[in-house]
Design a protein around this ligand. Structure first.
Ligand code: TYC
Length: 101
């Protein structure tokens, strides 16, 4: 008597959830000089002069601007670095983070 061995032809791939990314958001204020905002964006977020200027002017006109998305830790560290750069120069510059949908 012959035995038929049936093996599954497909491998089960466990679904791994990708970690949610977090947005870093720049908030406008009335006191921080535009040029200072651009300098911080270039230093902390590695932006070109052009990119930094566009992000700064967007926040200036609309109130906020999303800068980039990172893992939670990196987003929070960068937001703190940017906020601290403003604080140590005496400006109320503020960056916040928010999880992506
Ligand atoms: N509104 C500031 C000014 O007129 C400039 C500014 C832009 C400040 C963007 C913060 O996130 C900001 N000097």
């Amino acid at each position: 008597m012959s035995e038929t061995v049936v093996r599954p032809r497909t491998k089960t791939r466990p679904k791994t959830e990708r970690p949610r990314l977090h947005k870093v958001i720049l908030l406008n204020d009335d006191y921080t000089p535009r040029e200072f905002v651009v300098t911080v964006l270039k230093a902390v977020f590695r932006m070109s002069e052009d990119q930094a200027y566009r992000v700064m002017i967007t926040a200036h006109r609309r109130g906020t601007c999303v800068i980039a998305v990172y893992t939670k830790d990196v987003a929070e560290t960068k937001a703190d670095e940017g906020t601290e750069a403003g604080r140590s120069a005496g400006y109320p510059l503020k960056f916040t983070t928010e999880p992506e949908e």
